[in-house]
Write a new protein. Structure first.
Length: 447
């Protein structure tokens, strides 16, 4: 068979004889983070928030700290291990008396101590240590939820920046194409209709539009990187987002929201308030532990001792002794620990008050910013941008017919581009205020 037909025939046989599914497309590649780098489905806002909750680096750090606090509870409740004593000695310069068969210079000592275990439990010190540790767990758990609240809000804001940056790139590319068309038309009209200066002006505007495309793409890349960091992506690329997720809409919870209602919701849901409350409980438990610690640590011990092998004639007959060992609170009655716990309690009280004041400030600031941003978007979307677009279309039509000077068309084009960028910025500010209100109230609004 000629060689020129060998390869096609081999390919044909491979296609015919291959088992079902053997030639199917391979599954899409997945990044190290399991986000599916090869998938074409865009990342939704809800999915981004879910990833931030479970994979965000700050959340993972807070999760580890919470587990560390839980381990401290086990440490606080650990029972003391008993101690044993085994001794062996010999009497120095000892001479055994004549006829004393049981006399011996060798000494044997065996003892055991509970290391203060019994009195530690009976005095309630172990229980109080566990109370302190449990309060720390409550604080770490609330802190983890607070970190999640902040990270989710930051992730949503970053998602909005990426989505709006994508729209900015699309608009910049459309503007660049329009200016390229205008530059081509200007070259046709030169020098009969426009002069050399006007041609240079159109070409300069075209170059500026191309530069705006590069700037928009650079901004998009930077925003993608920020989103990837918040999502905890440590390998692979950031998935595509869906700009339609950020279409203008007012969440139902904010349609008729009031300052009082939002503040009440924040008091019920803000985790940082729970963190401050847990700090107060921990300070209170620490104070109780410090006061209880004034009671001395008492260790119970038992000891057996003998020297010699005949109990009646031994130097030291077999002896069993029970001993209590205590550290007397003569010089220290835990004054420093008690005062420190009281100071921590006062600081926790003021910390809670400060947190509540911060919540009110966040709600007021977020609500005021939201109302202003919503009004700005509605005005620009429904009034300003349509007016700028209409003016541009009219001037462009007149310019194409030669009824309008070049400068009028360029001014209309620039004004429309500026209005579009301002609307994009207003949309970004609107969603930033929505997500700020979510963070301020500790809740998530419906779509």
């Amino acid at each position: 068979m000629p060689l020129c037909f060998a390869a096609p025939l081999a390919t044909f046989l491979a296609l015919v004889l291959a088992p079902d599914g053997a030639l199917a497309d391979p599954p899409p590649a997945r990044s190290a983070d399991g986000l599916g780098a090869g998938t074409t489905a865009p990342l939704t806002l809800a999915k981004a928030a879910e990833l931030a909750r479970t994979r965000g680096l700050d959340v993972l750090v807070a999760d580890a700290q919470r587990r560390g606090a839980e381990a401290d509870v086990r440490t606080a409740g650990t029972l003391q291990n008993p101690a044993i004593t085994v001794g062996f000695g010999k009497a120095v310069k000892y001479t055994r008396p004549d006829g004393c068969t049981g006399c011996s210079p060798w000494q044997y000592v065996v003892g055991a101590s509970d290391q203060g275990l019994l009195f530690d439990v009976l005095a309630g010190k172990r229980a109080l240590r566990m109370d302190v540790a449990r309060a720390a767990v409550d604080g770490a758990t609330a802190s983890r939820r607070d970190v999640e609240r902040i990270v989710v809000a930051q992730t949503k804001a970053a998602y909005a920046q990426v989505a709006l940056a994508m729209r900015a790139v699309q608009f910049a590319e459309t503007q660049e194409a329009s200016m390229a068309s205008a530059a081509a038309l200007a070259k046709v009209r030169f020098p009969q209709v426009i002069n050399e200066g006007e041609l240079a002006r159109v070409e300069a505007e075209h170059f500026d539009a191309a530069t705006q495309v590069d700037v928009a793409k650079a901004t998009l890349a930077a925003n993608r990187a920020s989103l990837g960091f918040l999502l905890g992506i440590r390998g692979g690329s950031v998935p595509e987002v869906d700009p339609a997720e950020l279409d203008f809409r007012v969440p139902a919870e904010l349609a008729n929201a009031t300052q009082e209602g939002l503040f009440k919701s924040a008091l019920d849901h803000r985790p940082d308030l729970a963190v401050a409350a847990a700090a107060g409980r921990r300070a209170q438990a620490s104070g109780a532990l410090a006061r209880r610690a004034v009671f001395p640590d008492v260790a119970v011990g038992v000891q057996y001792q003998q020297q010699g092998i005949d109990g009646a004639q031994s130097i030291q007959p077999p002896t069993v002794a029970v001993a209590l060992t205590a550290v007397l609170p003569v010089f220290s009655q835990r004054q420093g620990e008690i005062e420190r716990a009281a100071a921590d309690g006062e600081a926790a009280t003021w910390g809670l008050a400060r947190a509540e004041a911060a919540v009110l400030a966040d709600v007021n600031s977020g609500l005021g910013g939201f109302v202003a941003a919503r009004s700005r978007v509605v005005r620009m979307r429904d009034q300003l941008l349509p007016a700028r677009k209409k003016a541009l279309d009219v001037v462009r039509a007149q310019y194409d017919r030669g009824a309008a000077p070049l400068m009028d068309w360029l001014d209309a084009q620039r004004t429309y581009a500026t209005a579009n960028r301002e609307l994009n910025e207003a949309m970004a500010e609107f969603w930033a205020q929505v997500f700020a209100l979510e963070a301020a109230t500790g809740t998530e609004f419906s779509k």
